[in-house]
Design a protein around this ligand. Structure first.
Ligand code: SF4
Length: 728
């Protein structure tokens, strides 16, 4: 079944070997580039990770997050054994047999009494980086008949799938900038220094941008915070008020159209509804959006002129737009900026990558069929809004009573922690499959310890369809799983077995790779056995790089094969967009600041919360950052204790001054708030404030088109914790 492990006596799967140390080629599974790494294994223990300088694609690049994953692997606070929680809250280590029997007993009881509608699951972001886990956990949930599913996707990217489905007929079509040839690249809502890039896999994206800038390419980053790119020799930031990207993009398109920058002939040939797009853009010229976006009309007009004058222009948008109230519409306009101006499928513009297989077909869908009526109104099929999870447990006619959480920590990563806690406490069964005793795991009945990325064999599945230099690479598990940890695929099938359902563990020789073996062969003629052989030398299978010329034939899957410039499925969203514009303008003078969620180089979701080296340099709190002038206006100083309040909650933290922020904007980093994680000693010692406490939940907390949570541009006030009493 292809699960080789490496230790000091295993020379077959290693490139270099000494009596003391084995070096195993592997790759990182924290973010999308899947950087090649070398795992240094001593006496069967992973002791260090280093960049793989011989890797054919990533060529020795890695970031410190990737290398710090060795600390996650060695963390003494990891889960080592299945555990059951006693009524008094005490945890008891048990065997896998006992844990599975208890899980199955409770699951059967819920289904027998309330039906499958009472079951649900939450799947976290690490599953997107886990070839076998994602495949077999999906099979588990299907086999169990789980009716309601939630995922981390509605916290950071659900809008992108909906927009691409509506425009291109496939949720999997996300054309990426051709950085090697582009002369102008507009990057919206992303800080590549903090988090590389998202929905765009390229190793060392900053290095690539630096190279492009050095040959004269212009980069325009659109953000509420002036990011660190000038210091890197790349472009500067166009400051924008948070959650106003859709109107900035509309105005940019409006001005480009006024300059004659739309390619009418191309759009007539490959698209439809151009007149309807123009009707939407009509009210949003550079002057009309200036007040709301905070961008001078002349700046938008200059960018429009530059775009029209630059045939090799590209665009990329990331979580900054996703987390707004209108991420789907904003991403639709990103696609339009590329398509209607003739910058899609051309050298230096935006190109579609295929990866292991042409994935556009597998994402084909019709937006009108993508919704379902529920007790909470009309919702997008698939992952339900995370911000409705507590409602589906506490307020539903048919409440969720049993839930499986895999590789996620929804208690901290979704808004409304107090409400979610109450909801989880009401469940008759909460099973958490994780590497850590997370805050969510603390509320579980059963906790099942999974392997980390260096204890399992894997395939770099995450870059399918968004990679600038696609490759397929297999990695063995570089060390044996510690203690009783098991890979998610095994846990899924062990539970199926316990419930008397078909399980590959009943096979004489279980092969968890069977489906991937088939998909690789069918999709790109790759033989998994060859990949596994190549793994010994860290040799990835190189796939064709994206090239212009076939997009409109191969990637567009709308019923008539045309790109939809103004999908009818957006009717209600567009009415809402016009209404929100008026509301946003009216609220400009409400005296409140606007909160954005920021990523930084020291946290990745909640992954590094318990890693001591990420706390060095005083990074032991999650301050609220604000512009020095805003702090002065409020009479606040750096390091001062403050309370941040919104309409939805409050958090206590300290002030940090950041003159890169736009005036009127404050920011906090996602991934903190570990006071509820007593068994994570470092995280619990330095819990930090969780900005998700300030976000809305329930009705109105998510974008209706996509279920994406509203997480940026949240109105807040900041005040000193103790207001000094005036004395005469
Ligand atoms: S850039 Fe991403 S994939 Fe590469 S080492 Fe860093 S975290 Fe890992």
């Amino acid at each position: 079944m292809g699960n080789p492990t490496a230790n000091s006596s295993d020379t077959e799967h290693t490139a270099k070997h000494t009596a003391e140390l084995t070096r195993v080629h592997t790759f990182c599974r924290i973010c999308e580039p899947s950087c090649g790494l070398v795992a240094h294994v001593e006496d069967g223990r992973l002791v260090k990770l280093s960049p793989d300088r011989d890797h054919a694609v990533t060529a020795g690049f890695s970031c410190h997050k990737g290398l710090a994953a060795v600390d996650v692997h060695r963390d003494p606070d990891r889960l080592d054994h299945p555990q059951l929680r006693a009524p008094d809250g005490a945890w008891r280590d048990v065997s896998w047999d006992e844990a599975m029997a208890e899980t199955a007993r409770r699951w059967r009881a819920v289904v027998a009494a309330h039906g499958e509608h009472a079951t649900a699951a939450y799947v976290g972001n690490p599953m997107a980086f886990n070839a076998l886990g994602s495949l077999h956990v999906s099979q588990l949930l299907r086999s169990l008949g789980v009716r309601r599913s939630f995922s981390s996707g509605t916290q950071d990217c659900a809008n992108k799938f909906v927009a691409s489905e509506a425009v291109f007929g496939s949720s999997n079509v996300h054309p990426i900038p051709d950085l090697e040839h582009t002369d102008l690249c507009v990057v919206i809502g992303e800080n590549p220094r903090a988090s590389q890039a998202s929905f765009y896999s390229i190793p060392n994206v900053l290095g690539e941008m630096r190279r492009a800038a050095a040959r004269g390419a212009r980069f325009v980053f659109v953000n509420p915070r002036r990011i660190e790119t000038p210091e890197q020799g790349i472009g500067d930031t166009l400051l924008i008020r948070p959650d106003t990207d859709v109107w900035f993009l509309a105005a940019l398109l409006h001005e480009i159209d006024a300059l004659g920058g739309f390619c009418e002939e191309l759009v007539l040939r490959h698209g439809r509804h151009l007149a309807e797009l123009r009707r939407f853009l009509e009210p949003y010229d550079a002057d009309s959006v200036a007040e709301v976006t905070g961008i001078e009309p002349a700046t938008i007009r200059e960018l429009a002129q530059a775009w029209v004058a630059t045939p090799r222009a590209s665009v990329h948008a990331s979580t900054g737009i996703n987390m707004g109230r209108q991420g789907t519409l904003a991403y639709w306009l990103v696609h339009m900026l590329s398509f209607v101006t003739g910058r899609l499928d051309v050298e230096g513009g935006n190109l579609k990558s295929d990866g292991f297989y042409p994935n556009a077909r597998s994402g084909a869908g019709v937006p009108e069929q993508g919704y379902v009526e529920t007790e909470f109104g009309r919702l997008r099929r698939g992952a339900l809004p995370g911000t409705l999870m507590s409602h589906a447990i506490l307020d539903s006619d048919q409440p969720i009573r049993a839930m499986i959480v895999v590789a996620g920590n929804p208690l901290l990563s979704i808004a409304g922690q107090d409400r979610l806690r109450k909801a989880f406490e009401q469940l008759e069964l909460l099973v958490v499959i994780d590497i850590y005793p997370s805050a969510t795991a603390e509320l579980a009945h059963v906790v099942l310890p999974s392997t980390d990325m260096y204890e399992r064999d894997d395939l770099n599945i995450v870059n399918i369809g968004t990679s600038a230099r696609p490759f397929a690479q297999y990695t063995p598990a570089v060390v044996e799983p510690a203690a009783d940890r098991k890979p998610e695929w095994w846990i899924a099938h062990r539970l199926l077995q316990e419930l008397g359902l078909p399980s590959i563990l009943d096979d004489a020789e279980p092969d968890p790779w069977a489906k991937w073996r088939h998909m690789l062969a069918k999709g790109s003629g790759i033989d998994l056995d060859d990949l596994q052989q190549g793994a010994a030398e860290g040799r990835p299978h190189l796939l064709p790089t994206p090239a212009p010329g076939s997009f409109f034939d191969a990637q567009v899957h709308t019923p008539d094969g045309l790109v939809d410039c103004r999908p009818p499925a957006f009717d209600a969203a567009i009415e809402r967009c016009h209404r929100l514009f008026d509301e946003t303008r009216a609220e400009l003078a409400d005296g409140r600041l606007r909160l954005i969620h920021r990523r930084d180089a020291w946290m990745h979701n909640t992954w590094f919360a318990n890693v001591e080296r990420m706390k060095r340099g005083g990074r032991t709190t999650n301050p609220v950052s604000m512009h020095p002038d805003d702090a002065a206006t409020l009479g606040l100083a750096a390091g001062e204790d403050v309370v941040v309040t919104s309409d939805h909650g409050e958090v206590a933290t300290v002030v940090e001054l950041d003159d890169r922020l736009m005036r009127g904007v404050v920011s906090m980093v996602h991934g903190w708030g570990h006071a509820a994680s007593p068994r994570l000693r470092v995280a619990h010692r330095d819990p930090g404030a969780n900005p998700n406490q300030l976000l809305p939940v329930g009705e109105g907390s998510f974008e209706p088109l996509s279920s994406q949570a509203h997480m940026t541009g949240i109105p807040v006030r900041v005040r000193a914790t103790v207001t000094p009493v005036a004395t005469s």
